[in-house]
Design a binder for this molecule. Structure first.
Ligand code: ZN
Ligand code: ZN
Length: 380
């Protein structure tokens, strides 16, 4: 999930204070600005043809809000998000030719509430055993999804190549928030055995690893345990995802990690748009300068239409290079999304091609760069 605690977008904060339950629901509703794209039939066809030929990967997603399935201890935020709808999401992904997505559990889902200033924050701390139990619930939902054949297996590039051939969508298991690991390094390996291939080490809750970018930092960077967890993820073959992590955590992770990493869902700050969930050029280049990737997110932060999001993707490509950019939609838990339907997935390659990128370049952004990153997580 992609919200900000500080609520730099003042209007959103004001709404939240007045109508917490309604406003929390509205956080996840599309902005409603339309796509803003004007594509010809031929341009649309070109995007669809590219997706039929090349694997595409959404590097950060919560399709159908599966992480809420079988959740017994609801809070105002999870209640506002409503009933999960995995079947609809998977149908849309098939229609849109999404080859794979990182299906993210939400480690701190049970802690989240609307903050007084807008966005999300944590309402309380975990009870003993709670984080681990909730990880197991959510991973159980994902395992059942694959066991039923609703989604294809997504353990490696081979699985994703097979999903493309079979016109299926592969679920790459992931977790947003490393809270569930606690101080038990062996859980990193358990997660890998469960099929987890990426962990976003921070979310909204400052945890044993470090502080999120949406809180005033209490610690300069990674904790000693956080450094051990990054090393353990390297050794297990799990992608370190630095979305939501503070600059200090990111700087330390780059120093510690022996593998390239990613920031799965963010965008660059602009002179006219600043927000705690956006990153500086220096922040992005820390990760991309070491072979990593940055996923561009279609959130309502500084973007009102899909076309404006395409501009953000192009800005990233210009800044860090086409080999280091990916797409991370945060579907279906994104903050006021400007792109909210997997059936529209072909609009992204269509628009990028229409803006002058070549087929090879668009193929990298749509999935190739993530597949390279995944292949680089050699277990050691
Ligand atoms: Zn997020
Ligand atoms: Zn998310």
């Amino acid at each position: 999930m992609s919200l900000s605690r500080r609520g730099a977008l003042g209007a959103i904060g004001a709404g939240l204070a007045a109508w917490p339950a309604l406003a929390q629901k509205q956080m996840f509703d599309p902005v409603g600005g339309g796509t803003g794209l004007s594509l010809t039939e031929a341009q649309l066809t070109a995007g669809q043809a590219l997706l039929a030929k090349h694997p595409s990967v959404d590097v950060h997603a919560h399709p159908g809000r599966f992480f809420l399935r079988d959740l017994t201890r609801q809070n105002a935020t999870t209640t506002a998000m409503g009933t999960p709808f995995e079947a609809k999401a998977l149908t849309d992904m098939s229609v849109g030719h999404v080859t794979a997505a990182l299906f993210n559990c939400v480690s701190d889902a049970v802690l989240l509430e609307a903050s007084k200033t807008g966005g999300l924050t944590f309402a309380r701390q975990f009870e003993p055993g709670e984080a681990w139990a909730d990880y197991q619930r959510q991973i159980g939902v994902l395992k059942a999804m694959v066991a039923r054949g609703d989604a294809a297996r997504g353990l490696n590039g081979g699985d994703i190549a097979r999903a493309l051939k079979a016109h299926r969508t592969a679920a790459v298991f992931a977790v947003e928030g490393g809270d569930f690991i606690e101080d038990r390094l062996e859980r990193v390996h358990t997660a890998h055995a469960d099929g987890v291939r990426s962990i976003t080490i921070l979310h909204y809750h400052p945890n044993q690893i470090g502080d999120p970018q949406t809180e005033a930092p209490r610690r300069p960077g990674l904790t000693p345990l956080g450094k051990d967890i990054v090393r353990e993820m390297n050794s297990a073959g799990i992608v370190v995802d630095l979305a939501h992590a503070s600059f200090g955590v990111t700087r330390d992770a780059v120093e510690v990690s022996s593998r390239p990493m990613m920031i799965s869902h963010t965008n660059l700050k602009r002179p006219d748009v600043d927000h705690p969930r956006l990153i500086s050029v220096e922040h992005a280049k820390l990760v991309t300068g070491h072979g990593g990737i940055v996923g561009s997110v279609p959130s309502g932060i500084g973007q009102k239409t899909t076309a404006e999001w395409i501009n953000s993707i192009l800005r990233l490509i210009e800044t860090v290079g086409v080999d280091h950019v990916a797409i991370g939609t945060d579907m279906d838990a994104n903050f006021m999304p400007v792109f909210a339907d997997y059936a529209d997935w072909p609009l992204i390659p269509s628009a990028l091609l229409a803006r002058g990128l070549g087929e090879a370049e668009v193929t990298k952004v749509m999935g190739g760069n993530f597949l390279r990153l995944m292949a680089a997580q050699v277990r050691g």
